[in-house]
Write a new protein. Structure first.
Length: 347
């Protein structure tokens, strides 16, 4: 296929781009190159004849129409989004503008192109979303594709809005869409404001390792390359109008996750004295912090045969090693706005 990937210079998007090119697909990477994007994330495929880059913003409808007409993709994987909960607390407007209005502009461009192309059955618009649209779980149960939406942060609400738009364009206009909602991603190339890279980089810098509240919040962790594999599978074989949950089947309390990362660092780059766990500090919790997320991915397994390949223990070891071996990559990002700062406290 020729796939238009939005946000392909970001964390998850770049994993999709790298895997798609490796599997022989043609990829058009559309990215606005905002603060969390890095073209170095796709440097290993940049010279491939199957790869092209478009520096464009999904909020620019006219530009989107030209890109569709020029490249004529067979499918879209829509990943471009503002995605950091703490930043959404400080500046919700950017999340509504990009995640809701940007998705609207992209849907309209895709609909016009699909209609002008004769409404081919094989076209797919794959919208990539998050489990945070479902809200917060108690101690039992998991999110299914039928769980009612109950977003609790500006980020989650903006993604919920975009999910609803995508489904509406399918029901109203017949656009062949698929939607996926994933659990927390981690792995190489993750921008250093998210939990796992913050823990790794603060640890080796000798800084305090911040843990919100008492670290009892629980997340289901999904290795980013497993996620990319699932996204391409849903794109190619998912039924139009269907949604699929994608999870790593690896629930952990935040404090236990942090302690595991510290143990990996103790083994890979031991301190002269003590453990990296000695640097852990508990800080004021995030406003409206969801207690627990957990994904039931049975539909994806039963209908398409997918399951995660990388265990959390193996994935964390790979991730720690990658950050230790790729210091030039994250050093280049340290001066970007918000990196190394506590965000999301204005509420």
């Amino acid at each position: 296929m020729k796939i238009l990937v939005t946000g392909g210079a970001g964390f998850i998007g770049s994993a999709v781009v790298r895997l798609a090119v490796a599997r022989g697909h043609e990829v058009v990477n559309l990215d606005a190159l905002t603060y969390a994007a890095c073209l170095s994330n796709v440097s290993n495929v940049a010279a491939s004849p199957r790869y092209q880059f478009e520096h464009a913003d999904i909020r620019d409808g006219d530009r989107l129409h030209r890109i569709f007409a020029s490249h004529r993709p067979d499918a879209v994987i829509h990943l471009a989004a503002e995605s950091h909960v703490d930043r959404s607390i400080d500046g919700p407007g950017a999340f509504v503008d990009t995640n809701v209005m940007g998705t609207f502009r992209l849907l309209e461009a895709a609909r016009e192109y699909w209609t002008a192309s004769g409404r081919p059955d094989g076209f797919r618009f794959h919208h990539v979303s998050t489990d945070e649209v479902f809200g917060s779980l108690g101690t039992e149960g998991r999110f299914t594709e039928d769980t009612p939406y109950a977003p609790r942060s500006p980020y989650a609400a903006s993604k919920a809005g975009s999910d609803h738009l995508v489904r509406a364009w399918h029901e109203t206009y017949g656009l062949p869409v698929v939607v996926s909602n994933c659990s927390n991603n981690y792995g190489p190339y993750q921008f250093p404001e998210k939990l796992i890279p913050v823990v790794i980089l603060n640890a080796i810098a000798g800084k305090p390792i911040p843990v919100y509240g008492q670290g009892t919040n629980i997340r289901d962790w999904l290795y980013v390359e497993d996620h990319a594999d699932a996204l391409l599978l849903v794109l190619g074989k998912g039924a139009a109008g269907r949604s699929y949950n994608i999870g790593g089947e690896s629930e952990r309390r935040n404090i236990d996750l942090v302690l595991t990362i510290c143990a990996v660092l103790d083994a890979r780059r031991p301190k002269a004295v003590g453990s990296y766990a000695d640097q852990i500090v508990f800080v004021t919790d995030r406003p409206g912090h969801d207690a627990r997320y957990a994904i039931n991915a049975r539909r994806l397994h039963d209908e398409l045969g997918w399951k995660p390949n990388v265990s959390l223990e193996d994935g964390l070891a790979r991730t720690v090693t990658w950050y230790l071996e790729n210091e030039p990559w994250w050093r280049a990002l340290e001066d970007r706005k918000g990196v190394g700062q506590r965000l999301g406290v204005t509420a």
